[in-house]
Design a protein around this ligand. Structure first.
Ligand code: GDP
Ligand code: MN
Length: 408
């Protein structure tokens, strides 16, 4: 496994540990902060979509609620001018797959008469250690696309978290995108509100794309037609309402169990189930099994960080999660005992094996405080399918070896 595989896994993992909101959840939250949104509702069936459209009046937009962008291009956002069209679009979109995400519900929004589309987003700039506001007159399309083709069209403003967003910074954004003067007052309120929402929600992303200039009853105004929001999962305990509304329907079963047990888990395609403490050590373990297994098509079956300590019940839950994956042919346990001692970890593993039980070959490497005692306990258990290893190299090689045997 190469360096960029690890990096992309890391990106993927970050995406997984943030709580992502659906468009409607993000927009309803924006509205609580005073951002103008269309007064739409969510439907789970075509009939329900028609009922909502009757309430709102025509035209309406039917919008797929899935955790991916570019829904418009994929046919997941459709304008309906008649009730028949509402029914047709809703039944087509519900059940459709967009980039491997199945649509279970649609947002029905009143149709807007769009004059132009602005991009407005806030994210964390780790290098600058500050929230970064980005704004562009080239809204509607993917901001990554704008960044690639015309980066000068994106206005960037860093906010000092201690001073907060200042009026002159909003002016920089508004003049930077040549926003007509008559919209400045409303724009300023929206940028302030989006920033408050970002900070107040412990968000890692709040994005409106498009923030549209629309015409209604002969008047022009701004409205957030699309919304995207991710919350830092480490801060989720401060937002029980957001945690409750979490949509887990797209998450694999094992990942949900892992989350509840406070384990970090990502399923991959290999055959070696890895149980490791610490994200860095977990990545190193995956990396080495990938390198030793590469020529045989063998690699890690998962990323799994059981966190600090290695109590028997945690190890047992981790074992169950690993064993639930049918492709797993061997288990590699790599634990660094710091405050938790290796002899305690060894007893924890044996107790967990008592509870969960498996015939799969296992390689155990315990290193750190009381490592000799730990290994003695493992060896004294005399389990025919279990070997110990002294180094990570040895452990990874042994794990690849037993999988090779199992595959022949
Ligand atoms: P995304 O493709 O996943 O980002 O979904 P969006 O919600 O941004 O919708 C995509 C595009 O559909 C927008 O950029 C608009 O051009 C268009 N759109 C969304 N809502 C409306 C609406 O109410 N009226 C009209 N005419 N177009 C809309
Ligand atoms: Mn959009």
């Amino acid at each position: 496994m190469q360096f960029d595989t690890i990096l992309s896994l890391f990106e993927y993992f970050r995406w997984r540990i943030d709580l992502n909101l659906h468009e409607y959840q993000a927009k309803f939250r924006f509205a609580e902060f005073g951002i103008p949104i269309p007064r739409g509702k969510v439907a789970h069936s075509a009939d329900e979509a028609v009922e909502i459209a009757q309430e709102l009046g025509l035209p309406v937009v039917v919008k797929a609620q899935v955790f991916t962008g570019g829904r418009g291009k994929a046919g997941g956002v459709k304008l309906a001018k008649t009730m028949d069209e509402v029914k047709e679009h809703a039944s087509n979109i519900i059940g459709m797959d967009i980039k491997e995400h199945t649509v279970h519900k649609v947002l029905i929004d009143p149709g807007a008469n769009i004059k132009s589309e602005i991009y407005l987003g806030i994210t964390n700039d780790r290098a600058a250690r500050k929230p970064l506001i980005m704004c562009s007159a080239e809204g509607g399309m993917d901001i990554e696309e704008v960044n690639r083709t015309m980066p000068e069209k994106i206005i960037r403003v860093h906010v000092d978290p201690l001073l907060g967003l200042r009026g002159y910074q909003v002016t920089q954004l508004a003049s930077g995108i040549d926003l007509p003067r008559n919209h400045w007052k409303q724009f300023s309120k929206i940028v302030q509100a989006l920033y408050e929402c970002y900070i107040g929600s412990d968000a890692t992303l709040t994005e409106i794309n498009p923030l549209a200039i629309i015409e209604e009853d002969g008047e022009e105004m701004l409205r957030a037609l699309d919304g995207k929001m991710s919350i830092d999962e480490n801060a989720l305990y401060r937002h029980p309402k957001l945690a409750d509304e979490r949509d887990t329907s797209a998450d694999p079963e094992e990942e949900i169990i892992a989350r509840e047990a406070d384990l970090s888990y990502v399923s991959l395609d290999g055959q070696i189930g890895c149980m490791v403490n610490g994200a860095g050590l977990a990545m190193a373990t995956m990396d080495l099994t990938g390198i030793f297994g590469e020529e045989y098509g063998i690699g890690p079956a998962n990323f799994l960080d059981i966190g600090g300590g290695a109590e028997a019940d945690k190890v047992a839950t981790a074992l169950r999660i690993i064993l639930a994956e049918p492709e797993v042919k061997a288990i590699l346990i790599n634990i660094f005992g710091g405050i938790t001692r290796c002899d305690d970890v060894a007893r924890g593993i044996l107790q967990a094996l008592d509870e969960v039980g498996t015939d799969l070959p296992m390689v155990v490497r315990l290193v750190g405080t009381n490592q000799e005692e730990g290994r003695e306990i493992m060896e004294a258990a005399n389990l025919p399918n279990l070997q110990t290893a002294r180094s990570l190299y040895e452990a990874a090689q042994k794990a690849v070896e037993v999988v090779r045997k199992a595959m022949n």
